[in-house]
Design a protein around this ligand. Structure first.
Ligand code: SF4
Length: 371
């Protein structure tokens, strides 16, 4: 483990560096040959003609990117400067039934942002820059055929009253991915001609290019929100909360369905007061049209012991609120990792308090899903 840098105003120099670096400044592209041969791969390579090109056998095994989880300063730079171009092998749609009916095959994984609690970096080493998949036609074909097999949705459910909802952003942030390629736009275009289905993704990044896409109500963007003081501590390199709130009306006007994703809810001193403030800010900012179509989901924090250890090396302040053994209990995840979540009895109480507060502050906004 690297030496923890001295902290300045409670923020380590590494955190300050994360905040001030541009989100993307691609100088090196690692590519699988098969990806580079596809039209989407060629487009992406042409966007950064000056980048160094490094051929790799598999986007999953790039030791210089994924190997050293303790070298935090280096992985900050990697997130900004490296891009991986690969081919998605499994393109099957999976059932979900929580926030969405189905999880679509990813068009990317990894992220240029660096939220302290994020599970995305745990899968592929900690730097985990964006890997973009070039076989978009295969991915889009798989989704299209799956939609066709579902027929019309007969019963409303918590995902949507009418449409089958496909989450396309399980392993990345699609708004940031749209800086890199047209993959997300291609799927938004696909869903315009899928009257029985809707695309959906959560995001912490405001990419105003998406306002030009005209999704015709068939795409749902879920802006992730939490109180701004907490976001400043844990949502590193993301768009500030006021910017996300300010984008909602514009996205609604531009033909997007806009929901909010209250996540993660982090229990700390004064947390309910901070959420009350957030609901007030949201209520004050939203147009009538935005309110009329709004819905939400609520996800309480889960954390992970390995991630906790890594975070202590670069952002110990965040761990003071994320790692709370006094409030949390262990949960072994499906892949055997030791996760922690709020103790179930207490969590029921937190959730009831949260719902009551949201009901007062945003009475027009139902909670589709809470976890
Ligand atoms: S924006 Fe999303 S995917 Fe990216 S680091 Fe934050 S939580 Fe993870």
């Amino acid at each position: 483990m690297s030496v923890v840098p001295a902290t300045l105003n409670g923020m380590s120099p590494t955190v300050s560096e994360q905040r001030t670096r541009p989100l993307l400044d691609i100088t090196r592209i690692y590519y699988e040959r098969a990806a580079a041969e596809l039209p989407r791969g060629q487009e992406i390579l042409a966007r950064w003609p000056g980048a160094d090109l490094v051929e790799v056998e598999s986007h999953w095994r790039i030791p210089e990117l994924h190997g050293d989880e303790a070298n935090v300063r280096r992985w900050v730079r990697i997130k900004t400067e490296a891009l991986v171009l690969g081919v998605k092998k499994g393109v099957a749609v999976r059932p979900n039934g929580r926030s969405a009916d189905f999880i679509a095959p990813s068009t990317a994984n990894g992220c240029a942002m660096a939220c302290a609690y994020c599970y995305v970096p745990r899968r592929k080493g900690y730097s985990n820059p964006i890997t973009v998949f070039a076989n978009i036609d295969q991915i889009a074909g798989s989704i299209h055929r799956h939609i066709g097999r579902q027929g019309v949705k007969a019963e409303p459910n918590q995902c949507d009253p009418h449409a089958w909802v496909y989450d396309i952003g399980e392993n990345s942030d699609c708004s940031a991915d749209a800086l890199v390629s047209d993959n997300v736009r291609d799927l938004v275009d696909l869903f315009k001609s899928e009257p029985t289905a809707k695309l959906s993704f959560a995001t912490k990044f405001v990419n105003r290019d998406l306002l030009e896409w005209d999704p015709q109500g068939r795409s749902r963007i879920r802006f992730s929100l939490m109180p701004a003081p907490m976001a400043k501590l844990v949502d590193i390199r993301t768009s500030p909360i006021p910017e996300r709130i300010a984008a909602i009306n514009d996205f609604v006007e531009a033909g997007w369905e806009v929901h909010v994703n209250f996540s993660p809810v982090i229990v700390a001193d004064g947390w309910l007061d901070e959420w009350r403030d957030l609901f007030d800010q949201l209520d004050g900012a939203l147009s009538e049209r935005a309110k009329a179509q709004l819905s939400s989901e609520v996800i309480f924090l889960t954390h992970n012991e390995q991630l906790h250890e890594v975070n202590l090396g670069w952002h110990p302040k965040a761990e003071e609120v994320l790692w709370r053994p006094d409030l949390q209990e262990n949960k072994i995840s499906q892949n055997g990792a030791l996760n922690v979540r709020y103790k179930s009895g207490a969590k029921r109480g937190y959730l009831a308090q949260f719902k009551a507060l949201a009901g007062e502050g945003l009475p027009y906004c139902d909670i589709r899903y809470a976890f």
